[in-house]
Ligand binder design. Structure first.
Ligand code: NAP
Length: 283
């Protein structure tokens, strides 16, 4: 009998660690499944999803550059957080149609909790205004942050993100503002600074001013690697008491996808330990 079939779809996709993570979750929870990498042509996302469905595929993780196309594919069959994110990273079949959610923000918030960061009443600086920043805004606000200040190299994109947030008019106490990278400082400093830019992929840190961190603050980089990232090194020099990379967010978003598909939430900690060891061994 063939196993329930899942995959991660993207372009490129060879680097994806999702098959390894879901194999670990499958073993941990005793749910046998098949999980593979699916390379879609850049102009062929929808036909690849359709072919996967015809081959008995039940669920997909979606990664770069298809998260917006995945959102379009599910029309209105999507969660509030995915609607606000403008992007879908998890698809599943129900009642003969694809449904969508975005689990990136849950992955971030759960990893911050694992690290002992209390987001209630926190002052948060969110650096970046691309898909990743947009995806985490609502889960961060839902966790009770007092303030989220979005700054971006292209300041107008940060302002646009703050406008999208204001238009959503969600209830809650979080004050959201926006500016350029040079407007990142605040009196007393930030409790949490999150790097949601792709600068780490160019082995650089965003050009932020100094004096950003409150006492005991956390600097969190969505990018991860075998060594402290350029943003983490910048944060250490600027006095951030704690620093972490985004490997825990990656495992956390996968755990939430697994929960959506299988109704059981795996403990992400053992998978995180294994992946960290693998990263260090690759260094
Ligand atoms: P994106 O939509 O392409 O946005 C890129 C963002 O990075 C924009 O805000 C861009 O600013 C900024 N940027 C790029 N190079 C920069 C530089 N040298 N200095 C300052 N800002 C720079 O990408 P994304 O989907 O938001 O992803 C952002 C990062 O998050 C990626 O590295 C991705 O791997 C990571 N991520 C990690 C996880 C995880 O689970 N750990 C999940 C999602 C994403 P401009 O607007 O000025 O161009």
């Amino acid at each position: 009998m063939s196993l329930p079939r899942y995959a991660v779809i993207g372009n490129p996709i060879a680097h994806s660690r999702s098959p390894q993570i879901h194999a670990m979750f499958s073993a941990q929870t005793g749910r046998p499944l098949q999980y593979e990498r699916l390379l879609a042509p850049l102009d062929g996302f929808a036909p690849t999803v359709q072919a996967f469905r015809e081959a008995a595929g039940l669920g997909l993780n979606v990664t770069v550059p298809f998260k917006q196309e995945a959102r379009a594919l599910v029309a209105d069959r999507l969660s509030t957080r995915a609607r606000l994110a403008g992007a879908v990273n998890t698809l599943w079949l129900a009642d003969g149609a694809w449904h969508g959610d975005n689990t990136d923000g849950v992955g971030l918030v759960s990893d911050l909790a694992r690290l002992g960061v209390d987001l209630r009443d926190a002052r948060v600086l969110l650096v970046g205004a691309g898909g990743a920043a947009r995806g985490v805004l609502q889960p961060l606000a839902e966790a009770g942050c007092a303030r989220i200040h979005i700054v971006n190299r292209t300041a107008s994109r940060a302002a646009e993100l703050a406008r999208v947030w204001a238009a959503a008019a969600l209830p809650g106490p979080t004050r959201v503002s926006a500016g350029g990278l040079d407007e990142a400082a605040t009196p007393g400093g930030w409790n949490v600074v999150i790097n949601a830019t792709a600068s780490g992929l160019q082995d650089a840190a965003p050009r932020l001013p100094g004096g950003l961190y409150a006492a005991g603050a956390m600097a969190y980089d969505m990018v991860y690697g075998s060594r402290p990232t350029p943003f983490m090194r910048q944060a250490e020099a600027d006095g951030a008491a704690r620093r972490a990379d985004g490997l825990g967010m990656l495992v956390g978003q996968a755990a939430e996808s697994f929960h959506l598909w299988h109704g059981v939430r795996p403990d992400p900690s053992p998978a995180l330990v294994t992946l960290r060891a693998a990263l260090l061994a690759e260094a």
